[in-house]
Each structure stands twice: as C-alpha cells, then as structure tokens.
Design a protein around this ligand. Structure first.
Ligand code: ZN
Length: 245
C-alpha cells in the first residue's frame, strides 16, 4: 500500500499497519546479506494484502551483532532499535492506526519483547501491538512435511525462500550443511563464526525453490492467524482495577 497516494490510503482507511523487520547480515557462502530483508519484504507484501493493511516498507537493518566477523553485516544498538520502532509506531497511532502487526524475520532481535510489552502497557486499548516471530513457522512447516530439517540460520528454510524470491543471488554450489555443537544461546558468548566456520547453522543443501514458495504462502497464513489471535485477545480485555494492560 506504500505505492498509493495519501488520499488513496485515506479512502481505504486501514486500521492495521504491518511493519516487516529484516536484517542485513552474513548468510553463509551461498546466500546474500539481504536474505532476512528479502524474506521480510515478501512476507510483508503477502500478509498486508490479505489483511487489507497498510504496509510499511520492510526495515533492512535491526540488531545482529552476533554476525560480525566478515564484511557486509550492519546493525544498530538494541536501544536505538527500541526508540526507532517506538517513534514509528506512535506516528502511525497519531494517524488513526489502532493495530500494528510486526513481522519479525530475523531471530536475534531480543529487545522486541520489551518493546511490544511497553507499548501495549502504555497505550492499550487505543493501540494494540502484536509481533509475529517468523521462526515459529519452522516446526510447523516440518510437521506439515514442507521442510525436512530445523535451522537457526541460512539453512534449508531461508535458502529455499531466497531460491523462490531471488534465485539469481543464490550460490547452491557453495552451500554446505553445518550444525554447531553448542546451543543457540552461545551467540551471546561469541560471534556465529566461532560456532560455525561458514556462518551457516542448518542444512541448506536440502533447499529447493518449490519448498520456498510453499513456505512463503504457508508462513503468510500462519502469520495472519497469529496476529489476529493476538489482536482478538487484546480487544477482549476489560479494565482491571486501575489498568488496561
Ligand atoms: Zn536470516
């Protein structure tokens, strides 16, 4: 909807705004650094269209310090991200948006939880902010037989999606599977390159464009379902003592 004029948007008068959030970061030897942003853009487009929502262009940069070690990874401080998102969301609120759906398409944005919690605690019921973490799709897509393997980064899922979105940017001949022997939490103790020499955490050799297309359409459905559930939960809240939260 960002390709429409302000008057056209006034006429459509959407009450929901969708903000997809990506990241600019290394994605192994086979995927472009734009990977998370490309997925956020595509998922955002599909979700906003089906929800009749105003789509904010996907944010290309967030917090990804854990991917430092090569060139091409760009991040901001978590507190900057918190402030930037708060400013953006309050600007939407001032223009009559009541519901904000954030599509989180990069795993390492841990400040997202306090951000969403604080906005809802301060502004419910005039404003409802829901976040959908795209990582929750992994186990569902596996259960449904769309994906074979689980991943943290640049594995079967992300590679399949980029094969569907921008195949010319993927170097499948350089894709190598790698599962580190430390848990994900160890990304707080050192960059991903200490855990995985290639920066991959998953099995990209299992990726295909066909899986990617199925993933994108199913992920959009799951995202819409989950956002609507969260909005319905917030809408049904009654004032409790002195609080709306
Ligand atoms: Zn990614």
């Amino acid at each position: 909807m960002y390709n429409k004029t302000a008057d056209e948007i006034m006429q459509l008068n959407p009450e929901i705004a969708i903000i997809p959030v990506g990241s600019l970061e290394q994605h192994g030897p086979h995927l472009p650094v734009m990977t998370d942003w490309a997925i956020a853009s595509e998922l955002g487009r599909r979700v906003a269209e089906k929800m009749g929502a105003f789509l904010v262009p996907a944010l290309p940069i967030s917090t990804c310090r854990e991917h430092m070690g090569k060139k091409g990874t760009v991040w901001m401080e978590p507190t900057t991200f918190y402030q930037m998102m708060t400013d953006m969301i309050l600007s939407l609120k001032l223009q009559g948006f009541k519901k904000i759906g954030i599509l989180q398409c990069h795993g390492g944005i841990f400040i997202m939880t306090p951000l969403v919690r604080d906005l809802n605690a301060r502004y419910n019921p005039e404003l409802m902010v829901a976040v959908f973490d795209n990582m929750v799709c992994g186990p569902i897509l596996q259960q449904e037989g769309i994906l074979e393997s689980w991943e943290i980064h640049a594995g079967e899922g992300e590679t399949s999606e980029i094969l569907a979105i921008a195949p010319e940017t993927v170097h499948m001949d350089k894709a190598v599977d790698y599962i580190p022997d430390v848990p994900r939490e160890y990304l707080s103790y050192g960059s991903i390159f200490r855990a995985s020499p290639t920066g991959v955490w998953g099995e990209p050799t299992k990726a295909t464009a066909e899986k990617g297309e199925k993933m994108l359409s199913r992920s959009a459905e799951i995202a819409i379902e989950e956002l609507n559930k969260a909005f319905a939960y917030m809408e049904s809240k009654e004032k409790m003592n002195y609080s709306n939260f």
